[in-house]
Ligand binder design. Structure first.
Ligand code: ATP
Length: 301
């Protein structure tokens, strides 16, 4: 069952095609990455999914139904531009937003206590939001996004502005929510985070789908037969006929196998020539490398 499915979605602003025929599906229970460089159309897509704007063309299905007014309440969305009432105290703010999401006063209070304790931030209860640092505000925003246990949680650059400790805290919380059944759509241009967190991705560029699938399959598809070899003793003199050396350090080589050479054959060749092999691992491309290959790099960061 797909929690979300987009089919041939298009959105044009004036003459600019912000979303140009994008299709993808997010199966229930997945952590799904929506990737693309700045201006690719990620926010435009999220605004369509959350019913803030409408697609010009195409279909968006939530739980198999065309988007309708009952769906936004089942979605939690943390936009990149965080928005909290700055003059409110943290406790009041969480209570207020919980009440807006339909909790009774008692339930809202329970949520407040649960999250203040969970994040160990009881001291913040009576602080005004504007007195908190950017990262601290982000933790509050995260709480207000997830407290109604949405079926689909959409996080736009959830780690931007967070230090490593808080990034880990939020990441663990994302895993925990996912374990309890929330499907997650994680939008970012930071590839290394996606690699750690997401099982499936869609990559968009200039409003179009460029790549879609599981991270493992995509890496497999783009692998370039590069291996890291650790060894002792001498290397065979004629090794260059079998592999291209990419980099070399004491006792360690990174090589690219020629198409015809199977990894096992290369190993056999080394062993037959008396090289002592202490390590031999395939090096798969990072998503960042694949991304640069497909899209030609990102302008910032
Ligand atoms: P970023 O990573 O920088 O947030 P993004 O992938 O979220 O980028 P979008 O914000 O969806 O990108 O923008 C896609 C394109 O659509 C951009 O060229 C942007 O200028 C344009 N665009 C977005 N919203 C509007 C709007 N309301 N009116 C006109 N153009 C818009």
């Amino acid at each position: 069952m797909n929690v979300l499915e987009l089919k041939n979605v298009k959105k044009t602003y004036q003459t600019h095609k912000a979303v140009d025929d994008v299709s993808f599906a997010i199966p229930e229970g997945k952590i799904f990455g929506l990737l693309g460089p700045n201006g690719a159309g990620k926010t435009s897509l999220i605004r369509i999914i959350t019913s803030i704007t409408r697609a010009d063309e195409g279909v968006v299905l939530f739980n198999g139904e065309p988007l309708n007014s009952s769906h936004p309440a089942q979605i939690g969305y943390m936009p990149e531009e965080r928005g909290l009432y700055k003059k409110m105290k943290v406790g009041e703010e969480i209570m207020y937003l919980a009440r807006l999401k339909g909790f009774s006063k008692k339930e809202a209070k329970q949520q407040l206590e649960y999250w203040l304790e969970r994040f160990d931030i009881q001291d913040w209860r009576n602080k005004k939001v504007e007195e908190l640092s950017k990262g601290m505000q982000q933790k509050i925003q995260f709480i207000t996004t997830v407290l109604h246990q949405p079926k689909l949680l959409i996080l736009d650059e959830p780690f931007s502005g967070l230090d490593p400790i808080n990034s880990n805290l939020i990441r663990d919380e994302i895993y925990e929510l996912n374990k309890r059944g929330t499907t997650i759509l994680f939008s970012t241009h930071r590839m290394e985070q996606v690699e750690q967190i997401c099982e499936n991705i869609v990559l968009i560029n200039k409003g179009k789908n460029v790549l879609e699938g599981s991270v493992a399959d995509i890496k497999e598809q783009y692998k370039e037969h590069i291996f890291k070899l650790q060894y002792q003793g001498d290397l065979p003199v004629g090794m260059g006929e079998h592999v291209t050396v990419i980099s070399e350090q004491a006792g360690q080589l990174t090589v690219q196998l020629r198409d015809v050479v199977h990894a096992n054959n290369f190993l056999k060749y080394l062993l037959a020539h008396g090289t002592i092999v202490t390590g031999f691992n395939e090096v798969l491309p990072t998503l960042n490398e694949i991304f640069i290959k497909k899209v030609g790099g990102i302008s910032d960061e």
